[in-house]
Design a binder for this molecule. Structure first.
Ligand SMILES: Nc1ncnc2c1ncn2[C@@H]1O[C@H](COP(=O)(O)OP(=O)(O)OP(=O)(O)O)[C@@H](O)[C@H]1O
Length: 450
């Protein structure tokens, strides 16, 4: 046997994996690094022919067999488990008669190397974005990349700063401004990041269902309830984050109950009698102005204070002008890869869209991008393809502007005169114009309004 103890000790000292077969493809030995890397055990493999090793499912492909077939060195990258990449290189050792005596295969785990390379490429991309637009792109664990301009950076910085505390955060902002994404980011940076992130949209269901969804219910708690009962989201979020979206739409009766859960860290499921203790991080979001809702008695003031220990307001996209170009770029690349296309924006489109109001914010931008990508006849997307509402209105000439201002003044004077003197005849008299002229003007304005 070639491999005496000393030789085995030498190959065991190597950090690369080593696997040796004889000239017939029978496993002779392997070192400790190979066992560590692959999770395979020397005990099971020594004496086995490589075709049996493959057949038993230990490895997907044998470099040694390929070397024996090719009579020369072979290199492949093997995947072990879900994501382990092993760089495997087999070399034949010939005897004096030119026959293969051994095949020596070395293996190196390049998973970390590939990850580092991927990170480097991402970093390059981020630096380019930063250079171009003064924005940065942040990659979440789920590889979702998002764009942050100078305007929103403050929100993200604050969010990350408070993420590790347990402080309750209230995110405010118009629809589609990225509240859910921000809540997700806070969760990822929080101590509860290994726990669940549970999201509930309080505006999406009727009060009774909402209560059952949040608190869960006991078997037979109400007609139609499942016979087994069901755990609520408060419990599902235990040791994680509960994200209550559209909290402004939470009915008053549930606001009281939520307040109690926050104060006591426990609750009773619908139809139950015993308390359940819970521990979760609460993040809420709304597009409403909660102070206004408090003034109109639709939202409890005490709950507002409890929820908004740290308030964060995401600005609307129209106030984040420097994000529009990178967002358009980011999402056209995204849909190019989804639909396997190669579309790109004409500079004028980016220019026009940078002046658009975006009432639906980033979600509207994403939808528009997808629509233009899938309907494009050519790869260059031009202004002509923009739906009418996205096109810049022609600038108003000074003459027309003056006319509009005069007309507005005229209209205000006539309205006030009619209000004060009661009839069109008296108003026309006071203003020194014909009654018929006054009535004609009123008629035209009414038509313009339609
Ligand atoms: N900074 C960003 N960069 C890239 N994409 C973003 C960014 N912020 C949000 N998005 C994307 O915009 C879309 C809308 O974001 P999100 O759902 O977080 O908004 P929202 O404020 O929670 O909306 P709503 O109030 O309607 O629930 C999502 O697809 C999200 O991934």
């Amino acid at each position: 046997m070639l491999f005496d103890k000393n030789l085995q000790r030498v190959i065991d000292a190597l950090s690369d994996g080593v696997y040796i077969t004889d000239g017939n493809g029978i496993t002779v030995t392997m070192n400790k690094a190979y066992e560590r890397m692959t999770g395979l055990s020397k005990r099971h493999l020594i004496g086995l022919h490589m075709s049996e090793v493959v057949k038993a499912g230990y490895i997907s492909r044998s470099v040694s067999l390929e070397v024996l077939k090719e009579l020369s060195a072979v290199t492949i990258i093997q995947t072990i488990g879900d994501d382990h990449k092993i760089f495997v290189s087999g070399t034949p050792m010939f005897d004096e008669q030119g026959r293969i005596e051994y095949v020596v295969t070395t293996a190196r785990d390049i998973t970390e190397l590939l990850k580092a390379k991927h990170k480097e490429e991402q970093l390059d991309q981020l630096l380019k974005l930063k250079e171009l637009y003064g924005t940065s792109a942040v990659s979440g664990d789920n590889q979702e990349t998002f764009i942050i301009s100078r305007n929103t950076k403050a929100c993200y910085d604050l969010a990350k700063k408070v993420a590790t505390s347990n402080a309750k955060i209230l995110i405010q902002g118009e629809t589609g401004t990225g509240k859910t994404l921000l809540a997700n980011t806070i969760h990822k940076y929080s101590k509860a990041c290994d726990g669940p992130f549970i999201e509930l949209n309080c505006a999406a269901m009727p009060e009774s269902l909402l209560e059952a969804e949040l608190f869960g219910y006991m078997p037979g708690a109400f007609t139609g309830a499942s016979a087994k009962g069901r755990i609520g989201l408060l419990e599902a979020a235990n040791n994680g984050t509960l994200f209550l979206d559209e909290i402004g739409d939470l009915p008053l009766s549930l606001q009281v109950k939520l307040l109690k859960v926050i104060a006591e860290n426990r609750f009773i499921p619908v139809g139950g009698t015993d308390f359940k203790s819970v521990n979760f991080r609460l993040i809420s979001a709304t597009h409403h102005d909660l102070k206004n809702l408090v003034d109109s008695k639709l939202f409890r003031e005490d709950l507002l204070y409890r929820l908004s220990v740290v308030p964060i307001t995401l600005p609307p996209l129209r106030d984040r002008n420097d994000e529009i170009a990178p967002l358009l770029e980011h999402y056209i690349q995204h849909f190019n890869s989804v639909y396997e296309l190669d579309c790109h924006w004409h500079q004028d489109v980016i220019e026009q869209l940078s002046h658009y109001d975006w009432p639906g914010n980033i979600r509207e931008l994403i939808n528009l991008t997808e629509r233009l990508v899938v309907t494009a006849d050519q790869s260059l997307i031009t202004v002509e393809q923009l739906p009418a509402e996205f096109k810049l209105k022609a600038p108003i000439s000074e003459k027309r502007l003056l006319k509009l201002q005069v007309e507005a003044l005229e209209r205000r004077l006539i309205d006030e005169a009619i209000k004060e003197f009661g009839t069109t005849r008296s108003a026309a008299n006071v203003l020194g114009i014909d009654q018929s002229t006054l009535v004609k003007k009123q008629k035209r304005w009414r038509q313009d309004e339609r």
